[in-house]
Design a protein around this ligand. Structure first.
Ligand SMILES: Cc1cc2nc3c(=O)[nH]c(=O)nc-3n(C[C@H](O)[C@H](O)[C@H](O)COP(=O)(O)OP(=O)(O)OC[C@H]3O[C@@H](n4cnc5c(N)ncnc54)[C@H](O)[C@@H]3O)c2cc1C
Length: 310
């Protein structure tokens, strides 16, 4: 992954992809790097060999900004979740970022772990990565941006103000005849959110009933280091109790850990920038805890870069 371009974007979640699309549409040479196997970051979908799928990151996208609602409606890969107040990707949350990534110069499985400015250019390094760009966009969670830039970077103090909470998320599947008393609900004890994932549009035809459960931030942080199977074994009985289902009706339970799930103390402005160095840093955490905030941050970063380019 060698080369040189106008802008390098690190992070192919909704923030980085929104920014990348606007810059590429304006004719800039943009390369996007993401350490994940596919684009999307926290707007992600887990599939199992048994034909199940779960949105185990973002659940339901509120669209308070009418522009964001219009963008979701126009893309053809999102739909309102009937009875809920928001949108979801169709047929999976990951369908939204996958569609956004079409046609972009996206490098997947590309973890950038060195970022150095030399002779007026940013040099990106990592395993198999040797890329240069005049400007760089960091579209990754603030703590990870701080790690990459280093604690003595001038933007580091502002990045350190941002706080995230963690989320332990469990994906469970039950027999079709198991009770399904609700679509979404806040649960008892540590269960912050329970959703019948398979009721989202475009998910019909799965062999089992699929549920996604998020533990609350305190419980998640206290248990974040436990192995996945232990986490699943702790949360699954609580889900069964909420549903009034029997243990023998549980067919699948797997856990995922999000150390940086959602911002609980955002930055309060759309991005941080250092124009002299050609550096701009943003994400959902700049404005709030939601995908909508990442989209707004990505859009604002692109507008800032384009204004300076013209
Ligand atoms: C459990 C959970 C539930 C949520 N629920 C909701 C919800 O219901 N509604 C809602 O609107 N939002 C929700 N969110 C938040 C939503 O997912 C985020 O706001 C949004 O996805 C953030 O997008 P982003 O592009 O800013 O960051 P991310 O999606 O985190 O993207 C950053 C990308 O950068 C990559 N990356 C990081 N470091 C590097 C590196 N060094 N090199 C290369 N790549 C790197 C990562 O792989 C990732 O793909 C939830 C999040 C979680 C985790």
């Amino acid at each position: 992954m060698g080369g040189q371009g106008d802008v390098a974007i690190i992070g192919a979640g909704i923030t980085g992809l929104t920014c990348a699309r606007a810059l590429a549409d304006a004719g800039l040479r943009v390369a996007v790097f993401d350490k994940g196997r596919g684009p999307g970051g926290r707007m992600s979908t887990r599939r199992t060999d048994g034909g199940l799928q779960f949105d185990h990151g973002a659940q339901l996208l509120p669209a308070r900004d009418p522009d964001f609602a219009a963008w979701l409606a126009d893309g053809g890969h999102a739909a309102p979740w009937p009875g809920q107040h928001g949108w979801v990707g169709r047929p999976a949350m990951a369908a939204i970022p996958r569609a956004m990534a079409q046609g972009l110069d996206l490098h997947q499985g590309a973890a950038v772990n060195r970022l150095i400015r030399r002779d007026g250019l940013w040099h990106l390094g990592g395993e198999g990565i040797d890329h240069r760009a005049a400007r760089v966009v960091l579209a990754i969670p603030a703590p990870q941006a701080r790690d990459l830039l280093g604690g003595d970077d001038p933007l580091s103090a502002d990045l350190a103000q941002v706080r995230f909470h963690a989320s332990v998320t469990v994906m469970a599947a039950l027999d079709p005849d198991a009770p399904r008393p609700f679509v979404t609900r806040r649960g008892q004890g540590p269960l912050a959110w329970i959703a019948q994932d398979g009721t989202k549009p475009g998910r019909a035809g799965q062999p089992l009933t699929t549920w996604v459960v998020q533990a609350d931030p305190d419980w998640s942080m206290a248990h974040i280091d436990l192995p996945f199977d232990e986490l699943a074994a702790m949360i699954a009985p609580l889900l069964l109790a909420e549903l009034g289902a029997r243990p023998d009706q549980l067919r699948h339970a797997a856990a995922h850990r999000w150390l940086y799930a959602q911002a609980e103390r955002p930055l309060g402005r759309a991005f941080l920038q250092d124009d002299a160095r050609g550096l701009i840093v943003g994400g959902d955490w700049a404005l709030g805890p939601l995908a909508e905030h990442g989209w707004a941050s990505g859009r604002a970063m692109a507008a800032h870069l384009l204004a300076r380019a013209s």
